[in-house]
Structures are given as structure tokens and as C-alpha cells.
Design a protein around this ligand. Structure first.
Ligand SMILES: [Zn+2]
Length: 264
């Protein structure tokens, strides 16, 4: 039988707490996995270790969010400072998980979109660290979209529209990138960003994709402004902006698109 988080307050609260814990645990795992991908280590083998002293971390050091808080942001063994980035990103992903549950309830769509969120989160962290978007994240995202199709309740025309958006969006971004590369005489956008646009097109469809593009450009410019103040002329990874804008549009875009179409 289908259980909904809206059935009763206690079930809703219980599911929201579980979603928060799962989000924090996955956030922690993906933080570690993305660090290893960016540094060329295998993320399936080897145990978590302090990046400064190399000490193997034990269970109490690995509780998401809380370990960082209780240890005061320091390694238990060598007292080296641990960046708040880990704790903040775990917290962020826990919030994403709860927001997704509230939006899609306990459904295949929730599962599918959490797989997508995990991929977006991981590729953003890798892109921030090494300016690369791992193909694995894009392939898993596209596969999850395809696998969930029988349960998505989409008509044939809607499926076709989303597929065409993915392909068309990728092709248009590729064309624009080649054009701007030629005009500006330097690389404007990486191949990974273009492929990421194509995958987000699959999930969003045409109208929401346009908003996502607009928002990701605004986010990218903001990130560029912040980075320019700290390090002038440093390159800016675009992946995190595309990922965040796309997921926000997936969460709340339907209302925005409907409102906009209502204006026309
Ligand atoms: Zn240490």
C-alpha cells in the first residue's frame, strides 16, 4: 500500500528525520568520494583517513555534521583544522533530501531525483576541486531518468519532448560555446558543462531548462565576482551553478513555469 508523508503528522515527521539522516550520510559519503575522484584515488577501496596526518578515522570521527561540531572542527589525532566545508555540505545535502521528500513524497520520482541530486552534488564538488565533471555522474543521471520512465506517469509526447530537450539543449550549448570560443579566442565552457546541460534537459523539459540556464548564468556570474575579489582572474567552475539552478528548477520550477505561461 502506498504511504504518504501527508497521512499523519508523526509519519511525516519520522520520514523527514530519516530523509535528513540519509541526506547527511550520503552528503558525507559523496564528499569523501568526490575528494578521492578529484585526487585520482579509488573511492571504493581504502578507509577514510585524515588528509593531514593520514590517521585512519574511526566511527565516532565519521558521524556526519556532529563529529565536526563535537571535535571543534579539528582532527582528533593531529589537531589539524578541518574545513567547515565538509560539515556545511553535509548539512546542505541533508536539507536537499528533506526538501525533495516534501516535494515528491515517498515515490519513485523521489528516489530518481535523489539519485540525480547525488550525482549533481558529487560532480559539483569534483568540479570545484579539479575543474572536471566526471562522466560517471552524467551517465548515472541519464540512466536513472531512463530507468524511472515506466513509473514517471509521463505520456509519449512528454517523454519525446524531454528527450528532444536533452539533445537540443546539448547541441545549442555546444554551438554557442564554439561560437564564443571563436569570438573571444579562448575556451569559454568545458565539454563537461555542455554534457551536463544535456542531462539536465532530460529531467527539466524545455521551459524549465530555459529558466535553469538563466539562473545558472546568474549564479556563475555571482561566483565569478566572489572569486575575483579573492583571486583575480582565477578560473571559475561552472558545474556547481548549473547543478544548483537545475535542481532548484526541478524542485520548484513547475510553479514558476506555469506562472510565466499564464502571463503570455
Ligand atoms: Zn589528522
Amino acid at each position: 500500500m502506498f504511504i504518504s508523508i501527508h497521512d499523519n503528522l508523526y509519519i511525516g515527521l519520522y520520514c523527514a528525520i530519516l530523509a535528513f539522516i540519509f541526506g547527511a550520510v550520503f552528503g558525507s559519503f559523496l564528499n569523501c568520494a568526490s575528494w578521492r575522484i578529484a585526487h585520482g584515488e579509488s573511492f571504493l577501496h581504502g578507509r577514510s583517513h585524515c588528509t593531514v596526518c593520514g590517521h585512519i578515522l574511526s566511527a565516532p570521527d565519521l558521524v556526519p555534521i556532529f563529529s565536526w561540531l563535537f571535535l571543534g572542527g579539528k582532527c582528533r589525532y593531529c589537531k589539524a583544522k578541518i574545513s567547515a566545508r565538509y560539515m556545511l555540505t553535509e548539512l546542505f545535502f541533508a536539507v536537499v533530501s528533506v526538501a525533495s521528500l516534501l516535494r515528491w513524497d515517498l515515490s519513485v520520482e523521489y528516489l530518481r531525483n535523489m539519485v540525480f541530486a547525488c550525482c549533481l552534488f558529487c560532480l559539483s564538488l569534483v568540479d570545484l576541486e579539479s575543474f572536471e565533471i566526471p562522466n560517471g555522474c552524467l551517465i548515472i543521471s541519464a540512466a536513472a531518468w531512463l530507468a524511472a520512465l515506466p513509473f514517471a506517469g509521463m505520456g509519449k509526447m512528454a517523454i519525446l519532448a524531454h528527450l528532444l530537450t536533452g539533445v537540443g539543449y546539448g547541441a545549442i550549448m555546444l554551438g554557442l560555446t564554439l561560437l564564443f570560443d571563436k569570438i573571444l579566442g579562448k575556451e569559454t565552457m568545458g565539454g563537461g558543462d555542455i554534457k551536463l546541460f544535456a542531462v539536465t534537459g532530460l529531467y527539466l523539459g524545455a521551459a524549465a531548462s530555459l529558466f535553469a540556464l538563466l539562473f545558472s548564468c546568474i549564479l556563475g556570474l555571482l561566483m565569478g565576482a566572489v572569486r575575483n575579489r579573492n583571486q583575480k582572474g582565477a578560473p571559475i567552475p561552472f558545474g556547481p551553478s548549473i547543478a544548483l539552478a537545475s535542481y532548484v528548477m526541478l524542485l520548484y520550477g513547475e510553479r514558476l513555469v506555469n506562472w510565466y505561461l499564464g502571463l503570455l
